[in-house]
Design a binder for this molecule. Sequence first.
Ligand code: SF4
Ligand code: MSK
Length: 671
Amino acid sequence: MAEEKKKAAKAPKLADPVASSIDVASQEMIARSHVLGIETIFDRALNMKQCAIGVQGTCCKNCSMGPCRLPLPKAGIEGEDTRKGLCGATANTIAARNFVRMIAGGAAAHSDHGRCVAEVFLSAARKETDAYQIKDIDKLLAVAGHLDVATTIEVDGEELDRDIDEIAVEVGEVALNEWGKAEGEVLYLKRAPKARYEIWKKQGVLPRNIDREIVEIMHRTHMGVDQDYKNLMKQGTRACLADGWGGSMLATDLQDILFGTPYPLQSEANLGVMKADHVNIIIHGHEPVLSEMIIAVAQSQEMIDYTKSKGAAGIQLSGICCTANEMLQRHAVPLCGNFLQQELAIITGACDAMVVDIQCIMQNIANVANCFHTKLITTHPIAKMEQDNVIHIEFDEHHAVEDAKRIVKMAIDNFKNRDSEIMIPQYKEPVVAGFGVESTEYHLGGSFRGTYYTLNDNIINGRIRGVAGVVGCNNARTKHNRDHIAICKELIKNDVLVLTTGCTAIACATEGLLVPEAAAVYAGAGLAEVCETAGIPPILHLGSCVDNSRILLAATEVVKAGGLGNDISEWPVAGSAPEWMSEKAISIGHYFVASGVYTVFSNLPVTGAPVFENYICKEFEDIYGGMWATEEDPIKHAHMMIAHIDKKRKELGIDKARDRVMMDFAARQAL
Ligand code: SF4
Ligand code: MSK
């Protein structure tokens, strides 16, 4: 008996499905994983504790004399803080070094993705591949303008349109140069409001090129280099601006030109989009360069016929993480799930192939796939897996169609190998997605004015209290999707229009919040009225992680439209990433802060260094107009954002308009 008790005590704990996720489809799959004896991240989160000092941000392992661990004493610090590492590094230095290294990791991930897109773009522009073509010429011309590429040419004193192919090649070359040019500054910085640009200039944080700022972080945080937390944060700010207003924004723009700028469309979301009688191909990761080709190939008659010949009714494509968002916003391909659902999609037993590229891919999906017939295919040269069951098919734009065919055929051939009972949770929700800067302008700005005037007007008259960007990941330390949904619902209930991307967007989709009808059920009266008039959901899906740059540009358009100050920091806007886990989220959060946005995260790894924490959470407001904040409780979190929005309304003198009295012409003119 005692022996049995000992054994039971040693056995790994199993996650309670209901305590792990608010999503019923996910709960069903977590329960199934236990029946089948398959371990998932939800179980591992119970059995592996977080390092308390790492959570505080004060563990340094930047040289082999460490790790040096500087926990905050339980009673706090009284008097002088004497904690230091072997070399003398203070808690502030260690926490700041760790923080900016996270920015470097995140900025590198976004921007290296952007570089790959720029390379494919240039290949397509030079006609080295016929797999990709320029789809959005208007956007190409707009981007050419931002990159100082001429769109006209003077011939015999006459101004003529320049050849589109020529423009495309030059745009590709100039864009690619942004990663490593020897002189100047990142060109897109000038797209920010003038007042914002001047703040960056005054602070000396204008990034020179994208790669350099990331490399410089690694240099400065090497043992014995930068030991001033304020100076370290200057470099962190440079690097994240190079991400948000550089690598990420270029990735979004070039993807739109190549694959089409998103416009609203309808689809479905959650594990229930998989079909038992279809070949299910799930694409997971971040780069649409791969998924675009798979979509094209999967829709070809050749593959449809081949599928039928193998006894399947068709091919069901769906996505996980940001590839899901990319495929949804341009092709209405359904969302299978977000970050914490990647193992669960395989546990349905119906996933014939999971095709992955880069970022947010858990190595354990190889172990889960090994329990089923699922083919797990890696496609990117920088992202392979060590497990034997993983197949690597390197995807290259020069033979993209052939690569995509090989992958799709492999999935179809695998349909007959299904060896376990299929159990697809029968839950899915309709979703309306595809809101970019352009389509938001159309829906909320009024096409004849071509600006965000109507949105501004509704903010000024108080129907819309303010705007919030709620973005980011899932985190196995938090109940799956709980905080995304609680915060978004609280914000829209209080008339705050929500813009969302990444895994938050997928969470909102699976909860049924991304349809116009959700406004009548969940939004406050003012926001609901605007949504009903414009025919839009109260939460707008703006795409993937790199598409957070769309939020920056939408914020800039609001400033340009007038009536809400001269800078992003002046109008009622706030940011949030309640379930963040990725370094990319820190880079995104910090470029929001440095762009003037009050940004709330559930937590930040800075609590072990209170002076540094105070610097980025309080003193930053005086420098950049935006600052960080933390709050774990989702309702309090939302109300911190609302309080900031109200503070900005008051500063603008539009707080009285919250009673939503219709304004006459004279009142509007006065504003
Ligand atoms: Fe310790 Fe300093 Fe080395 Fe960090 S750099 S591990 S604080 S000795
Ligand atoms: S996928 S970075 S878990 S949002 Fe972009 Fe989701 Fe976060 Fe990855």
